[in-house]
Write a new protein. Structure first.
Length: 291
């Protein structure tokens, strides 16, 4: 896996709005914090903001913070998360329209729906309604957000999305090892990698691991040691692995503050460490998400 130029690596970064904004209600101080982070991202060449948020006001607060050009958030591609399909297909469509109003834009790059929602009883109708929004020019692409264990290939064949958000990390290389990532890219699907920091596990010492992860302690220590011997830190290694995947068009990373985002951008721009990437994954990565 050859390394990409540093400036190109930063341009492949995406920022998670949900992590940046959090669950709190908007306030003047928080609006300022978010605006600083968003402007830092724009100035650094980051193009993508993943708008799927945990708080009900994520879109409103982000909309206020986005830099404008001719009335539009010209600096960014916005990936908007669709509402849970349990509310019904019509409500999902209405919410996707409302998201654009909250963000104060006339259109967005992509609306992304969870795989579980597509496979539910409302799935086909949800997809049909979102396709209608695409036909109207409100969203330029339709995407699917997959979770570990989802049949990414089957989803791609059935729904033919323009884009897929997939969980791939240095510790969880399953979709790389089984060829799914390559196959999806060859189908013409744009790939956005997420969960690339493996829920922060790569940064934990063996003693700090939660009880359900104790079994991976020895393996994790060896991975951390290999990274250190290559002259890198875990953040640099995790980002380098994801950003240098040739199948990936973007890599979405969470940052809670402008300072954290600055560290992520610096790590992305760092030289790619010389590592045998395929040897650094966990043998049983499903343990990362075990209860």
């Amino acid at each position: 896996m050859s390394s990409v130029p540093r400036s190109a690596a930063v341009r492949k970064l995406g920022v998670s709005a949900g992590r940046l904004i959090g669950d709190g209600l908007p306030g003047r101080g928080r609006e300022t914090d978010v605006a600083i982070a968003v402007n830092l991202a724009a100035a650094s060449g980051v193009r993508l903001i993943d708008v799927r948020g945990r708080g009900v006001e994520t879109e409103t607060l982000l909309g206020k913070a986005l830099p404008r050009g001719n009335g539009e958030a010209a600096a960014f591609d916005l990936a908007v998360g669709a509402l849970n399909a349990m509310v019904g297909a019509r409500a999902v469509e209405q919410a996707a329209r409302l998201s654009l109003q909250k963000l104060m834009v006339t259109s967005a790059a992509v609306v992304v729906v969870a795989a579980a929602d597509l496979l539910g009883p409302e799935g086909e109708e949800v997809w049909r309604r979102l396709r209608r929004l695409q036909d109207e020019g409100l969203y330029h692409a339709l995407g699917v957000r997959a979770e570990p264990g989802d049949d990414a290939r089957g989803l791609a064949r059935r729904f033919k999305p323009d884009l897929m958000q997939l969980p791939v990390s240095l510790l969880d290389q399953r979709l790389v090892a089984d060829g799914a990532l390559t196959e999806l890219a060859e189908m013409g699907i744009e790939i956005q990698l997420r969960s690339v920091l493996a829920e922060g596990v790569l940064f934990l010492s063996r003693a700090a691991l939660p009880a359900h992860l104790c079994d991976i302690g020895p393996r994790l220590s060896r991975i951390q040691r290999a990274i250190a011997e290559a002259g890198a830190d875990p953040l640099q290694a995790a980002l380098a692995f994801a950003l240098n995947r040739p199948e990936a068009a973007a890599v979405v990373v969470g940052a809670s503050t402008a300072a954290e985002l600055r560290a992520v951008i610096a790590a992305a721009a760092a030289p790619t460490p010389s590592l045998d990437w395929s040897s650094l994954g966990l043998e049983h990565p499903q343990a990362l998400r075990a209860a």
